[in-house]
Design a binder for this molecule. Sequence first.
Ligand code: TYD
Length: 216
Amino acid sequence: MRGVFITLEGPDGSGKSTQAALLADRLQQNGWPVLLTREPGGTAVGLQLRKILLGPDNQLAVMTEVLLMAADRAQHVEEVIGPALENNMIVICDRYVDSSLAYQGFGLLGDISQVKAINEVAIRGLWPDLTILLDVQPAVGLRRHGLHSGRAKGVGLDRIEQRNLDFHQRVRDGYHQLQSMYKERFALIDTTLLEIETVAQRLWEIVVQRLGIEIR
Ligand code: TYD
């Protein structure tokens, strides 16, 4: 027996974390055992890696960034995600392997082959059952993060969020390419004009339908 593995993906400011929490609550209210987790930083070691990865003052080589993201993921799979799935839980992970493919692969390297190979080693076959892509135009997403809402430009953004709009556009286009590469696994919700509750409802319907979860 094995649980169900759901990942939430999307550009910065797509509302993933809010939606991951709402989905976890709703599943729990329906009596399902749920584990909600995130990357980078889903373990104690991962939290240390997160500080290195996102600290605005750290200068990381591209491959260092790829490998540390993968190291965080390997630890997370081994310590948290794998055991929860073994215990038949529904695991909801806020970002996973597709974040590395989109950000480090399409965003930084312009190609996903190396990032994919490294991550295949890290996850040891543990691909998600369902990946929900919360889509948003980068300018809208970064604005949601406060870039243009009265705060000085870039203040409060992490090392990766601070990258220019071209980078974030490559990430978003990359997610669309991943969606067409992995059609069976992906579902997309365009969040640009939607209220939080509307996105949550659509997400719920996708989860119920795709996974054949019975509503109690
Ligand atoms: P996240 O924690 O989702 O951001 P937030 O601060 O909005 O909660 O992710 C932090 C950043 O890390 C985000 O810009 C995406 C980036 N990231 C990668 O570039 N590659 C990865 O593999 C992962 C998991 C995250």
